[in-house]
Design a protein around this ligand. Structure first.
Ligand SMILES: [Ca+2]
Length: 251
C-alpha cells in the first residue's frame, strides 16, 4: 500500500492552561493515569492504540489498579455483563500469562472467574465487572484501558506528552514531523493517538511553516522507501456523491 511521511499538528491558538492527554484520569493510589476506551477493539488493535498514545495496554497488576479499572468500568457503564481486555497474554509462552509491562499473573492478586482459564486458543485475558479474570480469544473485541505514567508531564507549549512537537507562533499550532512512512489511514491514526490531526495547509503562512520544517529533514533522514519529498496532509476525498475533498476535521 502507498506510504508517505507525514506531519501531525495540534492547534493551540490562544489557550493558556495546559490540558492533560485527552481521556486520561489520574489514579492517585497507583500514581498513574488510565484511559478507558469504550469502543471495543481486538487485543492487537488495543495494544497498538495504547502504544501510539505513548502508553501501554493496562493490566490489573496491583490492587490499586484493579480497583481503579473496576471503578471506571462502573462509571462508564461497561461492567454490565461485559468485560475489558487487559494487557495480560500468553502469546509468547503458552500458559505463562504475563502483562505487557512484564508482571506474571501469578504475582497479581486476582481470582479466575468460574471455569477459567478454559481454552487452548484463548491467549488474552479479560477482566470482568466482578474483578475476576478469564482467558478469551485475542480476536474478540472488548473495551480496554491504556495506562501512562507521564500523562501529567504536559509540554507547556504544545499541551501534550508526546515528544518532538514544536510550537510555531506564526500559525499557533504545534507540529511533529514523522520520519517513518505510513499509509494515509495509519498516519491519521498516529496523529489522532497523539491528540492531534494530520497537518492541513490552511494558509500561505502555514505552507511556509511546513516548508521550513521539511527543510530540517534532508532526504537521507527519512525511514522507508521513495517519495520522501512528499507528505500526507489531512485532506480526504469523502465517498459521497460528489466525492468532495475536505479536511479530516471539518465536514
Ligand atoms: Ca475462557
Amino acid at each position: 500500500m502507498f506510504q508517505l511521511i507525514f506531519l501531525c499538528a495540534i492547534f493551540i491558538g490562544q489557550k493558556t492552561a495546559a490540558v492533560l492527554d485527552p481521556g486520561y484520569e489520574y489514579v492517585e493510589e497507583a500514581n498513574t493515569w488510565l484511559r478507558l476506551h469504550i469502543v471495543p477493539a481486538d487485543w492487537q488493535d488495543a495494544r497498538v492504540q495504547c502504544r501510539l498514545e505513548g502508553g501501554v495496554l493496562a493490566s490489573p497488576s496491583t490492587t490499586a489498579l484493579t480497583k481503579a479499572m473496576l471503578s471506571m468500568m462502573t462509571t462508564y457503564k461497561v461492567n454490565l455483563g461485559t468485560r475489558c481486555f487487559t494487557g495480560i497474554h500468553d502469546l509468547v509462552s503458552k500458559r505463562d500469562f504475563m502483562s505487557l509491562d512484564g508482571v506474571s499473573v501469578t504475582n497479581m492478586q486476582l481470582d479466575w472467574a468460574h471455569g477459567e482459564p478454559s481454552g487452548n486458543d484463548e491467549n488474552c485475558l479479560v477482566l470482568n465487572g466482578e474483578g475476576e479474570i478469564a482467558d478469551d480469544s485475542c480476536s474478540s473485541k472488548y473495551p480496554f484501558f491504556c495506562r501512562k505514567d507521564n500523562a501529567a508531564n504536559v509540554s507547556h507549549e504544545c499541551h501534550c506528552t508526546h515528544k518532538y512537537y514544536e510550537y510555531h507562533p506564526r500559525t499557533g499550532s504545534c507540529y511533529k514531523f514523522h520520519k517513518e512512512v505510513e499509509t494515509w489511514h495509519h498516519a491519521a491514526k498516529v496523529c489522532h493517538a497523539e491528540g492531534g490531526h494530520l497537518a492541513i495547509i490552511n494558509s500561505n503562512t502555514e505552507a511556509v511553516v511546513i516548508k521550513d520544517i521539511f527543510e530540517n529533514y534532508p532526504e537521507g533522514n527519512i525511514i522507508g522507501p521513495t517519495y520522501t519529498s512528499n507528505a500526507w496532509v489531512g485532506v480526504w476525498k469523502w465517498n459521497d456523491r460528489n466525492g468532495a475533498w475536505l479536511t479530516t476535521t471539518t465536514w
